[in-house]
Write a protein that binds this ligand. Structure first.
Ligand code: GLP
Length: 239
């Protein structure tokens, strides 16, 4: 695993944005795997700035997002589709038809998982996947469990994730209890991965990642098996 240590959140955001922009320059029609959460917000703001300065264009880019709550409408301001529009898609020249987020309104979430998995395969996999990490070690919404699912699927959220994500909702009981998420296998179809981590509350998550074990009860440890992962983190995560 490559490690890029940054002095603060702003530097982490800029370093990650530069990696994404370099990917787009190398392959303008690349497939980007994108993540939500508070961690990548600054990176998206930097990418928007780079676009406005003429440093990068998303014209030919296709995006696939990691996950979405289920059920949730795209117009709900807590949906990940809404987040992506607000933080990136509405501010750059990406063709919205080429942006993909699992459909939180799908009548049949199992069929939606299958459709999404087929889409990722049809795109030829992901060139660069951006990831964050949950406090309990989840990636996407692959929650700790005795087994992990490879393909995109519908999953129950753990109490830990519901309470961590409640900060974005009016109350914890408004957090959807399920989500659609790429599986570990879908994430591993990415040729390159950048894992963004910021803040002392993620320290335990990162040290578990460094133990060099693979533990389904700590899904991020699976990243130890991927050949091209770059951890872009703030220094306090490693103290
Ligand atoms: C959320 C998302 C993840 C994200 C993680 C961390 O539940 N499903 O994709 O990486 O939790 O979020 P944050 O960056 O806000 O800490």
């Amino acid at each position: 695993m490559n490690i890029v240590v940054c002095k603060n959140y702003d530097e982490m955001s800029l370093r990650a944005a530069k990696i994404v922009a370099a990917q787009i320059k190398e392959k303008p029609n690349c497939v980007l795997g994108l993540a939500t959460g508070s961690t990548p917000e600054g990176m998206y703001a930097d990418l928007v700035k780079m676009y406005k300065n003429g440093e990068v264009s998303f014209k030919e880019v296709t995006s696939v997002n990691l996950d979405e709550y289920y059920p949730i409408a795209p117009t709900n301001d807590q949906s990940y589709r809404y987040f992506m529009n607000q933080h990136l898609f509405d501010h750059v020249d990406i063709d919205k038809a080429n942006t993909n987020v699992p459909d939180g309104t799908a009548g049949d979430p199992v069929a939606e998982g299958k459709r999404y998995e087929e889409l990722i395969s049809a795109l030829g996999g992901i060139d660069l996947q951006v990831l964050g990490i949950g406090r309990n070690g989840h990636i996407g919404f692959n929650e700790p469990d005795s087994k992990l699912i490879l393909d995109t699927h519908v999953t129950d959220l753990t109490e830990s994730t519901i309470s961590a994500n409640a900060r974005f909702f009016a109350s914890a009981n408004q957090v959807p209890r399920q989500a659609l998420t790429m599986g570990i296998g879908s994430i591993f179809k990415a040729k390159k991965i950048i894992l963004m981590v910021s803040g002392v509350e993620k320290k335990a998550a990162v040290s578990a990642l460094f133990e060099r074990n693979v533990d389904t009860n700590f899904p991020a440890t699976m990243l130890n098996l991927h050949p091209d992962v770059t951890l872009v983190c703030t220094a306090d995560v490693l103290d």
